[in-house]
Unconditional design. Structure first.
Length: 253
């Protein structure tokens, strides 16, 4: 029986070593990911008001009618030509670049500086126009356990969290956009919304379906002219489950 005990002990030691290695690798990837975003912030983002806290979200004031941050898009493009926008929500981890590649795989595994990283980068669907002028655009991001990327999306299943953070901002080289959130819900990776509706009628059908499924009630009334953005991440409910957040895009004058 000694050989059996020794074998079990050796097996446990190997499993522990592997687990510790994976944990260390995850932490290292998360640190490199945060450093990459912070470098872009230092290079291209300014905060007219005091820089927002990275602490857990708290109740926001009324959404700003102007963009609460300023972005130097030329500096972003110089750092990474794939960056098409900056996404921001006050007092949350949503303060990150949005990139676009020729396929929807590259930025699942890469930072904007080109390094491979499990955290990836927020990215616009490769089928979308880079200037976000389609009727519906989709932006993807990982649901990271350290709270980065799109980890906060499933928190919109709570009405109180929506009420604290009802507006995001998308800043592009062409204009600044308010993202007024209208729905959040769990769906599947093969849901119809991922077919990217390209007509006003199909956009209206997407909105109708999203509002019917939403975990929160929004005070926003979409109009015929509103373009739509869908933010998508894994929900961990199942291998094919996704949590999506749907908003309408309104240009900040």
């Amino acid at each position: 029986m000694k050989w059996l005990r020794r074998g079990l002990a050796a097996g446990c030691a190997v499993l522990l070593a592997v687990s510790l290695y994976q944990l260390g690798a995850y932490r290292h990837a998360a640190q490199r990911s945060r450093a990459s975003v912070d470098a872009l912030i230092d290079r291209a983002v300014t905060y007219p008001a005091p820089q927002p806290s990275r602490d857990p979200p708290q109740q926001d004031a009324a959404p700003a009618q102007t963009a609460p941050i300023a972005v130097d898009h030329a500096a972003l493009q110089a750092a990474c030509p794939d960056i098409v926008a900056w996404l921001y929500c006050p007092n949350t981890a949503i303060d990150q670049p949005v990139a676009q590649h020729a396929d929807n795989d590259y930025y699942l595994h890469h930072l904007t500086d080109g390094r491979e990283n499990a955290a990836g980068t927020l990215f616009l669907d490769c089928r979308n126009a880079a200037d976000l002028t389609d009727w519906v655009q989709i932006i993807y991001g990982h649901n990271m356990k350290d709270g980065s990327r799109f980890a906060i999306l499933p928190r919109y299943s709570e009405q109180a969290f929506y009420e604290a953070h009802p507006v995001w901002y998308l800043l592009t080289p062409a204009c600044d956009l308010r993202v007024e959130l209208v729905a959040g819900f769990v769906t599947t990776s093969d849901a119809a919304l991922y077919t990217l509706p390209h007509s006003r009628a199909s956009k209206e059908a997407l909105l109708e379906s999203a509002l019917a499924q939403s975990d929160f009630r929004s005070a926003v009334t979409p109009t015929d002219q509103d373009r739509v953005v869908v933010f998508s991440t894994c929900s961990y409910a199942s291998d094919t489950a996704r949590y999506v957040l749907v908003g309408v895009l309104r240009t900040i004058e």
